[in-house]
Write a protein that binds this ligand. Structure first.
Ligand code: 5GP
Ligand code: MN
Length: 334
């Protein structure tokens, strides 16, 4: 497969790179890294995200070159329709890119390549590079460049993008790592990546309102289900107004629940204008991926998943409480 891709990329091509809605550090990091690498190989490259990226990533050079397809639907469709190659990074199903999915499926002449670390990739591409053990898609991009024999093109900027993806998807090397994750990180540091700078930008990016919102979540919106070693936080539409919550402001709050030693399953349930979104996290062998796909029209990874349902906030809270014993019982036996 890699030989065929190598042949495909031998001569300059028009390349579109797509990432998922609400892109995180890994989606943005992997796509900008691949873009910069492909540009060094003389390709013409455009990155597309369906919606805005978090402000904490604004320090990344060239992040402003990412086209937001919600805002520039027609131009995006036009560019994607002309692409010779389409890369889909950090997502496993076309519904993760929403309205822009037609632009991908309508372009029947482009070669489509998925590079992703989520479980069960949908077979919508010509080449699927799937590694569910990888910490991040960014880690896979490093390997991809290595497999193409181009590690000599690695530089501090490409390295910064990849490092950003790795630390955002592993909570700064706390989960989802494997030996290769550290090997890639070490190699990046060797080419001159400033890891301290990136860690600081990613971790210390909050403003006062973020901490006040966190305080509100923990003091007024948190419930612990002791019998099932689970806990959840919910936010109402009114909370969104009161705290003027924007996309990305709630990121990471769910992880606080797992800081309790008697909690193995955490949910963050958000009442949005039309749907209720749920973020799920778990410790160890408990699969919230299964919970998300069975009960909340979503998916993701074993220990970090999410979904969204057209329903009332109370219904989703009740659904979580109803199903959680099925997942919790396994750990209580331990
Ligand atoms: P988060 O809770 O941070 O929004 O998402 C955690 C992980 O769950 C993401 O990396 C993604 O893999 C997955 N995820 C979140 N929302 C959805 C969704 O609506 N559908 C699917 N299939 N996966 C989701
Ligand atoms: Mn990822």
């Amino acid at each position: 497969m890699i030989e065929e891709i190598k042949k495909l990329l031998k001569f300059p091509k028009n390349i579109s790179i797509l990432i998922h809605r609400n892109p995180d550090g890994d989606a943005i990091g992997s796509s900008l890294a691949l873009k910069k690498y492909l540009e060094k190989k003389n390709h013409t490259v455009q990155v597309f995200a369906p919606s805005e990226y978090p402000h904490s990533l604004l320090f990344l050079p060239e992040i402003d070159t990412v086209m937001i397809t919600d805002e520039e639907q027609e131009d995006s469709e036009r560019i994607i329709s002309r692409a010779d190659v389409i890369f889909c990074l950090d997502f496993n199903a076309l519904d993760r890119i929403d309205k822009i999915d037609h632009a991908v499926s309508n372009n029947t002449k482009a070669v489509k390549i998925i590079i992703d670390h989520h479980l069960d990739p949908e077979p919508f591409a010509d080449f699927i590079i799937s590694d569910t053990e990888a910490s991040s898609t960014s880690e896979m991009i490093y390997q991809f460049i290595a497999d193409l024999g181009d590690l000599h093109l690695m530089d501090p900027i490409i390295g910064e993008y990849i490092f950003t993806g790795i630390i955002t998807d592993t909570g700064s090397f706390r989960y989802g790592t494997r030996p290769e994750t550290y090997e890639v990180a070490a190699a990046l540091k060797k080419v001159g990546v400033d890891d301290y700078f990136i860690q600081d930008k990613i971790t210390n990016s909050l403003v006062e309102m973020n901490l006040r919102l966190l305080g509100h979540c923990l003091a007024n919106r948190m419930e612990v289900l002791e019998d099932h070693r689970a806990a959840y936080i919910y936010l109402t539409k009114k909370d969104y107004k009161t705290f003027d919550i924007k996309r990305g402001d709630t990121e990471g709050i769910v992880n606080y629940l797992l800081m309790m030693k008697n909690v193995d399953i955490a949910a963050f349930i958000m009442e949005q204008p039309t749907i209720v979104k749920i973020s799920l996290r778990s410790k160890g062998d408990i699969s919230v991926q299964e919970m998300a796909s069975r009960h909340f029209r979503g998916g993701g990874h074993k220990n970090a998943s999410g979904g969204g349902v057209y329903a009332k906030l109370e219904d989703i809270i009740n659904r979580f409480k109803e199903v959680v014993p099925n997942y919790a019982s396994k750990t209580q036996l331990l």
